[in-house]
Design a protein around this ligand. Structure first.
Ligand code: C2E
Ligand code: MG
Ligand code: MG
Ligand code: MG
Length: 282
């Protein structure tokens, strides 16, 4: 009897794994087609000055509306793109679209996420440079955001790759600080120009106590290295004020706007104000 149940369970798992693999394969096939047919699009999330709450930049984020299925989260399709090599094309596509778009907003800076896997392509830095030339973008306006994974695994190669990128004139930011194993030491070690505090650290502040101390200490360390700090995932005014007091110079989050179309950013840019948001000085 026990044997039967065990066998049944094994069979069940096997089927489930098959289904999962099958689903992933189908996703990959569709993603490949979507990239080739330019069906991905780019949305832009406002980044504001922590003191004035004025728009100073945008972060470009990839979106995929899968035909016949609806939107797929980047948390699903970016890892697939990374594990299949599609990230090279996807990443350059997003950068290219975003650079074209910001030509209409000369005062704003642009952040674009880069996956470590993109460095595997020896021509990556050249491709980035070509995008700036094609779109006549001043690289000084661009920040490339990266998470720490690559730096831990491959510190020597990472340092060399970043140095090469920086020679183009872009800035680089350490993204998602506070998850994983990022340490303030990396900021200096790899020449990061900015730190982005992950939303999990920001949201933890609401519970008060240790989380607030930790955030303040982290920001203070970054600032002691003269590295500016953006906080991500800012959803409430009280978070925004606490983050400003803690020394963050820029804020990003649903309080100011979700990732949105270029047209919507354009409205904010022209009116120089966020609908429904007034600065709370404190
Ligand atoms: P990320 O780089 O940390 O981007 C910020 C994420 O936080 C975005 O999720 C954004 O929608 C979300 N977010 C912003 N403000 C708030 C807030 O107030 N509350 C909450 N709950 N969330 C907020 P999204 O767009 O789903 O992207 C997820 C991740 O996928 C990104 O995290 C980024 O690592 C990756 N990603 C997106 N587009 C690209 C891309 O073009 N290339 C690469 N390599 N990665 C990308
Ligand atoms: Mg980012
Ligand atoms: Mg990121
Ligand atoms: Mg992040």
């Amino acid at each position: 009897h026990a044997k039967e149940t065990g066998g049944g369970r094994a069979e069940y798992y096997r089927l489930e794994m098959d289904a999962e693999r099958e689903g992933r394969n189908l996703l990959e096939i569709d993603l490949r087609a979507a990239i080739e047919q330019s069906e991905l699009h780019v949305v832009y999330q406002p980044v504001v000055d922590a003191k004035t709450w004025r728009l100073v930049g945008v972060e470009a984020l990839a979106r995929w509306n899968r035909k016949g299925h609806g939107p797929v989260s980047p948390d699903i399709f970016i890892p697939i793109a990374e594990s299949t090599g599609l990230i090279d094309q996807l990443g350059i596509y997003v950068l290219h679209r975003a650079c074209e778009t910001i030509a209409g907003w000369p005062e704003l800076r642009l952040s674009v996420n880069i996956s470590p896997g993109q460095f595997r392509d020896p021509a990556f830095v050249a491709h980035v440079g070509a995008v700036f030339r094609d779109t006549r973008t001043d690289p000084a306006r661009i920040t490339l955001e990266m998470t720490e994974g690559y730096f831990i695994q491959n510190p020597e190669r990472a340092r060399a790759a970043l140095a090469k990128l920086k020679r183009l004139g872009v800035r680089i930011a350490l993204d998602d600080f506070g998850v994983g194993f990022s340490s303030v030491g990396y900021l200096r070690q790899f020449g990061f120009d900015r730190m982005k505090i992950d939303k999990s650290m920001v949201h933890a502040m609401d519970d008060g106590g240790r989380a607030v101390d930790m955030l303040q200490a982290t920001v203070a360390l970054a600032r002691s290295l003269e590295i500016p700090v953006t906080a991500e995932g800012v959803e409430t005014k009280s978070q925004a004020l606490a983050l400003k007091r803690s020394g963050c110079d820029e804020l990003q989050g649903y309080l100011f706007g979700k990732p949105m179309s270029a047209e919507e950013i354009n409205t904010i840019y022209r009116n120089d104000s966020f609908p429904g948001v007034t600065v709370a000085y404190g």
